[in-house]
Write a protein that binds this ligand. Sequence first.
Ligand SMILES: NC(=O)c1ccc[n+]([C@@H]2O[C@H](COP(=O)([O-])OP(=O)(O)OC[C@H]3O[C@@H](n4cnc5c(N)ncnc54)[C@H](O)[C@@H]3O)[C@@H](O)[C@H]2O)c1
Length: 339
Amino acid sequence: MKILVTGGCGFIGSNFIRAVLTDRPDWDIVNLDALTYAGNLTTTLDFQTYPHYRFVYGSVTDRELVNTLVQNSDAVVHFAAETHVDRSINDIEPFIMTNILGTSRLVDACRKYNKRFHHVSTDEVFGSLGPMDPKFNEATPYRPLNPYSATKAAADHIVRAAVHTHQVRATISNCTNNYGPYLYPEKFLSIAITNLLEGRPMIVHGDGSQVRDWIHATDHARGVLSILERGLIGETYLMGGGCEFSILQTAKLLLQLMGLNDNMLVFVNDRPGQDMRYAIDYGKIQRELGWQPETSLENGLRDMIAWYRNNPQWWKPIKQSAGYAEWYHKQVERNGKSF
Ligand SMILES: NC(=O)c1ccc[n+]([C@@H]2O[C@H](COP(=O)([O-])OP(=O)(O)OC[C@H]3O[C@@H](n4cnc5c(N)ncnc54)[C@H](O)[C@@H]3O)[C@@H](O)[C@H]2O)c1
């Protein structure tokens, strides 16, 4: 099996490649990544020299390159995306280019060469739940509420339309909030852990009552692999971690696991249009493909804290870079507090 993975220098894509190298060591993997601010070659250091692995620098929007790579693969697993909600609030254009146009180019190439396509998407396309609402499932209507999720929703529709119109052999997965090693330090848990390791406070948006359903990236990666191998063409599968916690509960658990007190918490202005609750019913993939999340939040966080403690050479240069400083200052302006 030869697979083309897009966005494999990012957080979940690299965890997916690690899972494939472990579980399917005879597969060939080509990783197409544009190395944006979120993609880092040091993220792939542990498998860069593996004989079945090859890195290609380039964008999913480059039609010619995409056609060549897709033609030479059996299947495409598409992770590449602009992913940070705060950045999409500042400027939606890169999100339109990569998430919509890039996905469309990959789908077109899979149509042209009749290749299997798996599209990795997010539960944010379903909008936000109230405290008592039932969890999202595969029948939940789309209701994206921020620019990032609007572009991911558009991409999902493009994939579904290609299955219906052109019989492209595609599947889609929508997954909830991931955490684990190699999470870029602009997301809640990775800013928190790296800040706390540096003796700085952790920030909580608003009052921290927003609820997230945390899934470890390795569990997500194994779910994607099961869909690629056994998923039915045209189907969508939702994945969650079975770990619904408010941001404040998560923050307090993290502090406890790191042996710190609540005085390390700093509350900042909530982001505009904040989604209040995400939660996933993963019954379909569990029943049909036998997948379920394996990692409890407590164990997953322990593993994540240990990884960041042992790998400052990965995250310190990111936090010291000029691009990160620019992003940080924008956040401080909007949050009203430094962190
Ligand atoms: N992080 C989460 O909690 C989460 C949850 C559900 C779904 N997802 C989805 O999973 C996928 C991966 O998310 P992530 O958190 O690993 O993202 P990430 O931001 O860590 O990594 C994205 C990767 O894509 C690459 N990339 C960006 N634009 C590109 C382009 N035009 N061409 C080629 N490569 C490009 C980047 O360089 C980077 O390596 C995304 O599609 C995202 O929507 C993420």
